[in-house]
Ligand binder design. Sequence first.
Ligand SMILES: Cc1cc2nc3c(=O)[nH]c(=O)nc-3n(C[C@H](O)[C@H](O)[C@H](O)COP(=O)(O)OP(=O)(O)OC[C@H]3O[C@@H](n4cnc5c(N)ncnc54)[C@H](O)[C@@H]3O)c2cc1C
Length: 578
Amino acid sequence: MNQIESYDVLVVGSGSAGAMAALRAAAQGISVLIVEKTHKYGGTSAASGGVLWIPNHQLTPNDDSREQALQYLNQLVRGTIQRDRLEAFVDQGPQMIRFLKSEGIGVMPAAWPDYFPDVPGARADRSIICGTFDGRELGDKFTLMREQYTRFKLLNRYAMDLAEFFAISTRGKGWIMAFLKILWRYWSDLGTRSMTRRDRRFTSGAALMGQVYKRVFERGVEVRLETRLDELLVTDGVVKGIRVSSFGRCYEIAARHGVVLCAGGFEWNQALRDRYFPVPGMTRHSSTPEDANRGEALLAGTRIGAATEHTEAGWWIPTMHMPMPAVSNFEEIHQAAFDVGRPHSVCVNREGARFVDEACGYDDFGDAMVADQLKTGANTPCWLVFDANFRSKFTAGGFMPTAIMPDRSIPPDWWDHYIFRADSVEALAAKIHVPAAALQQTVANMNQYAHTGTDPQFGRGGNAYDRMFGDPSVQPNPCLGRIEKPPYYAVAINLGDLGTKGGLKADARGRVLDGNGKPIPQLYAAGNNSGTPFGNRYPGAGATIGPAMTFAYVAADDIAARAGKPVEAHACSIRAAA
Ligand SMILES: Cc1cc2nc3c(=O)[nH]c(=O)nc-3n(C[C@H](O)[C@H](O)[C@H](O)COP(=O)(O)OP(=O)(O)OC[C@H]3O[C@@H](n4cnc5c(N)ncnc54)[C@H](O)[C@@H]3O)c2cc1C
C-alpha cells in the first residue's frame, strides 16, 4: 500500500460530531486529521439551528437530574434501544458541555419545551444554544465554512438569530427594529463588504460550529477538504486507516489508534432510503446540503461487518419547495415545521382529512405522515390549507407574510404550481384535487374547534410545545384560528428530513459493533453516521446534535485512554478497557 502519512486518529466528516471528536482528541494531545468530502467544512451542523438537547446540563442552578431525564426518556422511547448507550448519553452530555465551556465556547440554555411536554419528566430548559460568533475570527477559513441556507437569511442575504427570525416571520413585537438593525449591521461592515457578500455574523449552527472550529484550528487540526472516505483499511481485524479520493486521486492514510466515522446520514442516497424506509420519501425533499451525506461511510462500515440500527426513519421535518430567485432550474427546500401549526390553517391528506395535531414536534409530524401514507396511500405530500389571515401574519415555508412578500410579488408562473389560491374552500379543493365536501367539512370542524378552543380530534394547542408557536393574540386557543377569510391558499408539504436517524450500531463508548455485538477494533462512529440513542424518537430541540457531540466526545476519550493519554478531570467516567 502506498501509505503516505499517519495520524493517531482520523475523523471522517466535519460536522458537529467530527468537530467535537477532533477537538476533544486534540485536547488530549492526540494527532488528528479530519477528512471532509465537500469543498466546505461544517456539514449540515453549520447550516442548522445549532441547538443541543442535553438534559441535566448544569449550566444554571436548576433541579433537573439524571433520574428526571431518564424518567422522561424511558416513557418516550419505543422499540429496542441500547439501554447503556441511552444512559451514557444522559451521563456524558453534561461532561461534554463542561468541556465546551472549558474551551471558551459560549453555550447557554434556552427556554424550549421538550417535544412531549405532557410526559412525566419533561422540562422546558434542556436545549442549549450558542451566542452569535464573528466569522472573521476564523481568519482565512471564514468563507470555507459551510454557509447557512439562503432561506434562513433575511431577504436571502442577512443573517438572523432565532429570536430575530421568530419576531420577523410572525411580525411579533419589535420586528421592524430588528429588521432595521440587521440591515445596518451588515451594510456598515465595510471591511467585509469589500471582500464578500457573506455576513460575518454567524448565528445558530454557524455560531456553534464557528466557535468550535476556532478552537479546532487553534489546536492545530487540519481539515482536508474535497477528500472522501471510500474504504476502511483493516489488518488482522483491526481498522488501521482509510482509503480516500480527492479530485479523482485515490490514496491511503493510516490511523494509529482509531477512525471515527462522523460522515452524517444517508438522506441523499435514494437507494438506501428505498432499502430502509417504509415510506422512502425523496432525497430532494431533504433539507440537508445536497452534496454531502450519501452514506458512503455507512456502507464502508457494513462492508467490514458492522451492524446497523434504527435505519428505518429520518429525523423528519415537513418541507416544501419553490424556485430559488435568480437561479435557473433550481428549487430550494424550505422547512415548514412551525408554520403547519399556526392558527387559521389545517393540514389534510389528499382525501381532505386531518391526520395529526399539526402543532406537534416536526419529527412526530413526519411520523404521522408516514403512518397516514401507509394507512391511506393519500399522504406524502399532504396539504397546508390556510386563509388570508394566516397569509398576512405567518410564513408558509418559503412564502413570507404579505407585508414582506405580497401576493403581487409572487411570479405568475408560481401560482397553482407552488402555491394555490382560490376565493372559496370548494374552489381551492378543486385546484388541489381534494374532495371538496371533505375539505369543507374539515375546515368547518376547525372553525368549530377555534370557537371552543378544543380540538377533540388531535388536541392541537393542548400543550406547552404546541402553544409556543401559536399566536397569543388568538384566543381561546393560540393554535386554532378560524379559517374564514378569503382568499384561501394551499401549499404541498413533503416528508422532508434533517438527516437520518439510523446508522452504524455503536455502543456506549462510541465503538462500532459487528453483527455479534462485538466492537470492531479501532472503529468508532458518532452523529448521524451512527444509530440514535433514542430509537425512533426526537425528545427535544437539539436531539440530534446533542448526542452527536456527546458520543464524539466519548469516542475521543476512549481512543485517548487506549493511546495512553491522560484524560482530563471533567472527562467521562466510562473508560476504555481493552
Ligand atoms: C436547517 C436545519 C436545521 C437543523 N437544526 C438542528 C438543531 O437546531 N439541532 C439539532 O440537534 N439538529 C438540527 N438539525 C439536524 C442536524 O443538523 C443534523 O442532524 C446534524 O448536524 C448531524 O451532524 P453530523 O455531525 O452527524 O453530520 P453533518 O453535520 O451532516 O456532517 C457530516 C459531514 O460528513 C461529510 N461526509 C459525508 N460523507 C463523507 C465521506 N464519504 N467522506 C468524508 N466526508 C463525508 C459531509 O460532507 C458533512 O460535512 C438541523 C438540520 C437542518 C437541515
